[in-house]
Design a protein around this ligand. Structure first.
Ligand code: 3AM
Length: 177
């Protein structure tokens, strides 16, 4: 199975993000139900590895915290924008949680994640979308700020890649204290 660890977002926040989406012809906007903030991509693992990962994640003890989403930005590949996202304030609690998850996954036998953590919620995948349209969207929405939301858990998701987009299934929720 293909797994990742993420913050699932309350429905009200997903709806708020959905209101941001639009006005970029050719962008592949993520359906509101799929909005999440990835804490760690895991990838394809065996059932036995998934069980180790679950045990390791279940041992994390951290308090609840408030997540604040603000601003929009893009990732690029080969100097073309490839994804459009809403950012998250890089606060201590979020960074701490991400660090604990990384350590837990290493204990479960995964190789270290080499990429820097850039907390974000992907709004759209972009390919061959005119850069000028993307720049206009970013300028227009950059002052976006959502009211902080209390995060009371994090989630191990499975992901099935399909031609019409990915199907994400919450497999296990881990409570924050
Ligand atoms: O949270 P976002 O949308 O940025 O792009 C995938 C998605 O990221 C990313 O994991 C998240 C949940 O699917 N992802 C998919 N394949 C990946 C890979 N091979 C990957 N991240 C890193 N390496």
């Amino acid at each position: 199975m293909r797994l990742f660890v993420a913050l699932d977002l309350p429905w009200e926040l997903k709806q708020r993000l959905a209101f941001l989406c639009g006005d970029i012809p050719g962008a592949r906007f993520v359906p509101a139900k799929n909005f999440h903030l990835t804490l760690r991509f895991i990838g394809e693992v065996s059932a036995a590895q998934a069980e180790d990962i679950d045990h390791s994640l279940a041992a994390i003890r951290l308090p609840c915290f408030d997540l604040s989403l603000a601003g929009v930005g893009t990732f690029s590949k080969a100097s073309r924008s490839s994804a459009l996202w809403v950012g998250a304030d890089r606060d201590t609690a979020l960074t701490h949680l991400q660090g604990k998850i990384e350590s837990a996954l290493r204990r479960a036998g995964l190789d270290p994640e080499r990429r820097r953590f850039t907390p974000h919620v992907t709004l759209a995948g972009l390919s061959n979308v005119p850069e000028v349209k993307i720049a206009a969207f970013v300028m227009d929405k950059n002052l976006f700020r959502a009211a902080p939301v209390r995060m009371t858990d994090f989630t191990l998701f499975s992901s099935i890649l399909g031609r019409d987009g990915s199907v994400y299934t919450p497999e296990v929720e881990y409570a924050l204290e």
